[in-house]
Write a protein that binds this ligand. Structure first.
Ligand SMILES: [Zn+2]
Length: 458
């Protein structure tokens, strides 16, 4: 293989203690990724004493300003490739590993989705920054992607466990998902923005993380070993970003419908759930169709599995049937799951490519997904798509207004969308060209290394 090897944790190590990271090969030919790591699209840094995080900040005198890359202060020594150009030799407790893990996750997710899109995904800030700066900032209790950067921090779980986001694949993949949507769908005009656009963004970011994690061999194997193909059993796949700090665990296999939002919504994460749930159910139905086509399950098993999706009591019966079907057919199940994953990934990519940002509704997402199925699948899954969108009452319920102002730390904070040209920064006036360029193109100077390469942690 000509790609470059990285060691990645498919799931935050804290959730899977003792589990070794998996060797993953990203598309960049060995030898083309330099110290950092850095390639032609991005570079990772471990800054020393960087504060605050990038984005909208306020000076002591109350003046607000947009803080953007590059980081020109001191950095911990960069991760260096081995003699063959790979990055899978680093000590997992080192700063170098953290930088390589962050870079490797972004590159891995980008590879997967560029494959589904059939083309390179350009950064949405490509007019001003040639590369994205990937920042490991443990002092920050959040993670975000913005104009020229993807910056991740750390998380203290409710049970008091401290974990770094740079080793949390879900968190990083979710942020890359936001980046993909900014690039391929874009941002609506302010007067044409719907609540559902925000919910869609969170849903798409979670789906990017979900589909991407299925590209780890170990996730695929564990998933089938633990569920025997009954994907409604609570599992690695349907629990997304378990360590997300501003929401309780988001479960893709939720049963929330749009009726919950008829009087309004507060958080886009919650509003995203009916859409994520609908897509997850469609994915599982496609998987069942694949199993049925290959005679790995009987029509009776499929019927019962569909009927009892959200009926916990009957899950025992459904599980028994899957246990029986799975035994002796392990590789057939794995092939069907891979096929279903790629159908879903390809359909989502094409749907997002066609989706307009203005006046976006979940109904439009469903309509376009159906068009994509007609164009690429001969309409094979039209009934499945229609049933699942209907179950969620998408198109039948109008979402109410946003009920409370987003809290300051909210995940979809304005920093994500701010650009040097944003009128929000200049009270409605477009800044002069030279001001925009000064903000956007501050050049990177040679990095100064400081300290040891061991992270201090806390
Ligand atoms: Zn998000």
């Amino acid at each position: 293989m000509s790609g470059t090897r990285f060691l990645l944790y498919p799931q935050a190590p804290i959730l899977n203690p003792g589990r070794e990271p998996e060797v993953v090969v990203v598309s960049c030919p060995a030898g083309t990724i330099g110290p950092g790591p850095e390639d032609d699209r991005m570079y990772a840094v471990n800054p020393v004493a960087k504060w605050p995080p990038y984005g909208m900040q306020t000076r002591r005198n109350g003046v607000r300003y947009l803080y953007l890359p590059p980081w020109n202060g001191n950095i911990h020594p960069p991760a260096l490739p081995d003699a063959q150009g790979h990055f899978d030799h680093l000590d997992v407790d080192s700063h170098e590993f953290q930088a390589a893990h962050l870079f490797g996750c972004v590159r891995f997710v980008l590879d997967i989705w560029e494959d589904y899109f059939g083309q390179r995904i350009e950064w949405h800030f490509g007019d001003a920054f040639e590369k994205m700066e990937l920042v490991n900032l443990p002092e920050y209790d959040n993670g975000h992607i913005g104009y020229g950067f993807l910056e991740v921090g750390s998380n203290l779980t409710e049970s008091g466990v401290y974990t770094l986001d740079c080793t949390n694949f879900d968190v990083i993949a979710h942020e890359v998902g936001h980046g993909i949507i900014y690039s391929v769908v874009g941002v609506p005009d302010p007067d044409k923005e719907t609540g559902e656009y925000n919910g869609f963004h969170e849903s798409a970011a979670d789906l990017v993380a979900m589909v991407s994690c299925l590209h780890f061999e170990s996730v695929m194997d564990d998933l089938l070993e633990n569920t025997h193909g009954n994907l409604y059993m609570l599992n690695r796949l349907n629990r997304i970003a378990e360590l997300a700090r501003n929401e309780q665990i988001r479960i893709a296999s939720n049963s929330l419908t749009m009726a919950a939002f008829v009087n309004g919504w507060r958080k886009e994460h919650k509003l995203s759930q009916p859409l994520t749930g609908a897509i997850f159910d469609i994915f599982v139905d496609i998987f069942h169709e694949q199993l049925l086509d290959q005679e790995l399950i009987s029509p009776e098993v499929e019927d019962l599995a569909d009927q009892y999706e959200y009926d916990q009591q009957s899950q025992v019966l459904v599980q028994e049937m899957f246990d029986n079907s799975y035994a002796g057919n392990e590789s057939g199940f794995k092939g069907a799951l891979e096929e279903s994953r790629d159908i879903m990934g390809g359909y989502l990519a094409e749907t997002w490519r066609r989706l307009p940002p203005d006046h976006l509704t979940y109904q439009i997402v469903g309509d376009i997904l159906s068009d994509v199925d007609e164009d690429y699948g001969g309409g094979k899954y039209l009934r499945i798509i229609a049933n699942n969108f209907e179950f969620r009452e998408i198109g039948r319920v109008t979402v109410g207004p946003q009920l409370a102002k987003l809290p300051k730390e909210n995940h979809m904070d304005s920093s994500r969308r701010l650009t040097p040209g944003s009128t929000e920064l200049t009270h409605g006036k477009t800044p002069a060209y030279c001001e925009r360029m000064r903000l956007a193109r501050r050049s990177r100077r040679s990095p100064q290394y400081a300290g040891s390469s061991k992270p201090s942690g806390r």
